[in-house]
Design a protein around this ligand. Structure first.
Ligand code: SIN
Length: 301
């Protein structure tokens, strides 16, 4: 059978299919549906230094082939995460990558230092791309600030670091290059596209926060383009995200240059999708007589 193992600099995964932050809760919610040990990794919902209530409702709205959300980083804070979620997550037999967001570099650094002391975590994903919060520094849209947060976190802990990038910029390549130069082990791209839904009868935005982030099949070609562009220009492992729901989607992202993928919105309507595509990935590689998934990565001509 073909090997599915991938290495993204210091991050080792048994296979390249992870579940995306914000679409899988803290895993407990999914235990009836998913054999966690089969996953390449789990990225739980973003945690922040203090608990956050998130944005006013409605916080989600379905669109044609997509989902708009304006959750606003609703979470119970890092203390609760470390005490109540991490011990459970670390028993699941797969790589656990904590996802953190801060309002400034110091907040990222403090959380990274604490998580760096937790034995057993596989890595840290830096959420520098949430479109639904205001009042903080917009790290993900400015290359110097993106580099600053990556470099500072890298100095604060020994965990592998993934910078999660926004597509809401003129050039995602520029931000990816900055994150890579600052020492990111990988970049994950893309987070959601800023969008909006309007109830024209009421003359009002549908979402309580007016704007939200679009995910799901609607964004797949856009995300694939971003992955391809970064893979062509920047020497950094990429984790592809954006509307991935089938084995063909996974194959497309790997061929475009992603070393791994995250499945997000599809978890909401098919929680077992990730385990299914991992089995299909193994079968497809065997059909192609590939000895390793590595033969596929970046193989676009
Ligand atoms: C949210 O909590 O608003 C979504 C998280 C994200 O888009 O990063």
């Amino acid at each position: 059978m073909a090997s599915l193992a991938v290495s993204l600099k210091r991050l080792q995964l048994k296979n390249p299919v992870l579940v995306a932050s914000g679409t899988f809760g803290y895993a407990r919610e999914m235990q009836a549906y998913v054999d966690f040990s089969k996953l390449g990794g789990i990225i739980p919902k973003t945690v922040t230094p203090l608990p956050r209530r998130g944005n006013p409702p409605p916080r989600t709205v379905e669109t044609a082939s997509g989902l708009l959300n304006s959750i606003g980083l609703d979470n119970d804070g890092i203390d609760y995460f470390i005490e109540s979620h991490v011990p459970y997550l670390l028993e699941l037999g797969t790589a656990i990558i904590a996802n953190i967001a801060g309002k400034n570099v110091e907040e990222f650094v403090r959380m990274a230092a604490r998580l760096g002391d937790v034995e057993g975590l596989a890595g840290l994903e830096l959420n520098i791309s949430c479109p639904n919060v205001s009042g903080g520094v917009d790290f993900g849209t400015n290359p110097e600030m993106a580099a600053d947060v990556v470099r500072s976190v890298r100095n604060a802990c020994d965990l592998p670091i993934i910078a999660k990038l926004t597509p809401n910029v003129t050039s995602v390549v520029t931000i990816a290059q900055a994150a890579a130069d600052a020492g990111a082990d990988a970049v994950s791209l893309v987070n959601t596209f800023l969008g909006m839904a309007i109830d024209w009868r009421r003359r009002k935005p549908v979402l309580g926060n007016k704007l939200g982030g679009l995910s799901g099949p609607a964004i797949k070609p856009l995300a694939l383009r971003c992955v391809y562009q970064v893979a062509q220009s920047v020497d950094v492992p990429i984790i592809g995200i954006g509307g991935i729901a089938t084995i063909d989607d996974v194959m497309e992202f790997l061929v475009a240059g992603a070393s791994a993928v995250q499945i997000g919105t599809a978890n909401f309507y098919n929680p077992g999708v990730s385990v299914n595509v991992i089995a299909e990935l193994a079968a497809t590689l065997d059909e192609l007589h590939f000895s390793s998934v590595l033969d596929l990565i970046g193989s676009i001509e």
